[in-house]
Design a protein around this ligand. Structure first.
Ligand SMILES: [Zn+2]
Length: 240
């Protein structure tokens, strides 16, 4: 039983240490830091997408501008051709070639108006993306600043608890030396799935799971066997 008493003492210190660590992991500052970190991660993906979209939109703007230029020179060229054709066909009343050219010019003019609208629309889309990107950048900068400030605060929280943690760590190390290595291993294995690996039993139920401990098992435990609760797997400790 003495072996288990030492393990039980070890657990008390181990749990105190866990409690402090848990407390530090769950302070308002730490939780907010986590939230900001998640936010920044998401924003970084959003920024990448917006930047890619901006490149596409800028290409659209360049392309629409280029098309517009071509149509403008086509239009001007036709204007010159019409001027020349008018002179050539001055004698004819019908001006057939001039008519064809004018029709062509009207078509180009239609295309020109459409292209102009397209250019305006892609410029406005591109500006929209740019605006969004700027807003995200401003928010990210703010979040980064808040993160840095909170990090300082959280580091102080950790620092404040450091003496207590160091003290408990030293105590835990001392307590560990008193317990069988095999038993510590057994304890750690149980701890990976539950918080209290060893339970002090005073009646005939396991305080870990509230299930009854069979009397045959109790007898073996009282004879010095180290057994685990049949239903939850915790090491049962009975004080002599
Ligand atoms: Zn149990």
């Amino acid at each position: 039983m003495e072996k288990l008493e030492k393990l039980f003492q070890y657990q008390i210190i181990d749990q105190k240490l866990e409690e402090i660590n848990d407390k530090l992991k769950n302070t308002a500052t730490r939780l907010r830091l986590q939230t900001i970190q998640d936010y920044l991660q998401k924003q970084s993906e959003a920024i990448k997408k917006l930047e890619q979209s901006l490149i596409v939109k800028q290409n659209d703007v360049d392309d629409a501008g280029e098309q517009l230029k071509k149509l403008k020179s086509e239009f001007e060229l036709l204007a010159k051709e019409i001027e020349a054709a008018v002179k050539d066909e001055l004698d004819s009343n019908e001006l057939p070639y001039v008519k064809t050219l004018v029709q062509d010019q009207e078509k180009v003019y239609d295309q020109l108006s459409k292209q102009k609208k397209r250019l305006e629309s892609v410029i406005s889309e591109s500006e929209g993306v740019d605006e969004k990107l700027k807003t995200v950048m401003v928010n990210v900068t703010k979040a980064k600043k808040e993160f840095a400030d909170l990090k300082v605060k959280h580091d102080l929280e950790i620092k404040d608890n450091e003496p207590e943690i160091e003290k408990l760590k030293a105590e835990l190390e001392k307590a560990e030396k008193k317990v069988d290595a095999v038993l510590i291993q057994r304890y750690q294995k149980i701890k990976s799935s539950m918080t209290t690996p060893i339970v002090l039993v005073t009646g005939d139920t396991c305080p870990g799971c509230n299930m009854n401990i069979p009397s045959s098992q109790m007898t073996k435990i009282k004879q010095g066997e180290i057994l685990e609760c049949e239903s939850c797997g915790r090491i049962i400790y009975v004080k002599e």
